[in-house]
Design a protein around this ligand. Structure first.
Ligand code: ZN
Length: 182
């Protein structure tokens, strides 16, 4: 993905995300209200109070091909269990009781917060293009922390884990070159 391609599609995706979040704002509720018992061992209370969940029958995916970006068609058509945009994530109704899925999406909420809209999208798109969905760096971190959570690992700070993995991902020389330019 060239910088030029990213610059062209970025405002369209950013606009679509804002519109999608606005449309679902009244249905969104903090994950803290779901009453999950293990999440507070890994995510601090502020994260749980400020991360919002929308339960839907199908999670909204950005219409990338309609935006002229059809190389991510597989991703766009994926019927995912959850997807996160900024501090809000969508979960499919049949999986809305899965604490592990909420955990995975909370990893993304923290990644979005640490990176901001533009950097998150650039890193995510770059990772998707180079490595595919499961092995893209931001997903790899989310899946590996989720596995630790499922194994019942000793409580750890998701925020600290995200912070150090993002430092590695955004080191000069890694990821989209245009993000590292001063
Ligand atoms: Zn994910």
């Amino acid at each position: 993905m060239t910088e030029q391609e990213f610059r062209k599609v970025y405002p369209l995706i950013a606009g679509w995300i804002k519109k999608t979040l606005a449309e679902h704002a009244t249905a969104a509720r903090p994950v803290a209200t779901f009453g999950f018992s293990r999440l507070p061992d890994y995510c601090n209370a502020q994260v749980l109070a400020s991360s919002n969940v929308v339960v839907v029958s199908r999670v909204p995916m950005p219409p990338l091909s309609a935006m002229g970006f059809d190389r991510f068609r597989d991703f766009e058509q994926m019927d995912a269990g959850g997807i996160t945009y900024l501090n809000t994530y969508f979960v499919r109704a049949d999986q809305s009781h899965s604490e592990s899925l909420h955990f995975h999406e909370l990893v993304h909420v923290i990644q979005w917060r640490l990176l901001g809209l533009e950097k998150f999208l650039a890193l995510y798109a770059e990772g998707l293009e180079r490595f595919g969905y499961r092995k893209s760096p931001l997903e790899r971190v989310a899946f590996s922390l989720q596995r630790r959570f499922e194994r019942g690992a000793q409580p750890f700070s998701v925020e600290a884990a995200c912070q150090s993995s993002i430092q590695d991902m955004t080191r000069p020389g890694d990821g989209p070159a245009f993000l590292n330019r001063p």
